[in-house]
Design a protein around this ligand. Structure first.
Ligand SMILES: [Zn+2]
Length: 130
């Protein structure tokens, strides 16, 4: 099998040689697979609204911030401690580091509706520039 090795030589510093666009598309793909992760499923399960039911008795999810009930389409999974830490930029993170922080334990995840999520993300962005 040594022939195969020379055909596909191991790339030195694979990640360092990635252009920004490729790195971002890998990150997008990692994020996509995160949405199907067991952590996300568990977080959603934990956040089913105890009293509010959707049309025809369907499940509704409770926003961790405003406590209102929302359909699954209206909620997003939020990292309580953001994936990109304060004072850091996504471009400065390695793929390993990013994936590790994205696929955090379920304790660091919460359900927010889109509006509350937007507000929290804006606050995080503002804190970063300080
Ligand atoms: Zn909310």
């Amino acid at each position: 099998m040594s022939e195969d090795k020379s055909k596909y030589p191991k790339q030195e510093n694979f990640e360092g040689n990635l252009d920004k666009k490729t790195k971002n598309s890998i990150i997008n793909f990692i994020r996509l697979s995160f949405r199907r992760s067991p952590q996300v499923q568990e977080c959603l399960k934990k956040s089913i609204h105890p009293t509010v039911k959707g049309p025809r008795g369907g499940k509704m999810y409770q926003c961790a911030k405003c406590k209102e009930g929302f359909s699954q389409k209206e909620v997003q999974i939020d990292h309580i401690e953001a994936v990109v830490p304060k004072g850091k930029k996504q471009v400065d993170m390695s793929l390993d580091e990013y994936a590790e922080r994205l696929f955090c334990s379920v304790e660091n995840l919460q359900v927010l509706d889109k509006e509350c999520h937007k507000v929290k993300s804006q606050e995080e962005r503002m804190n970063k520039t300080k």
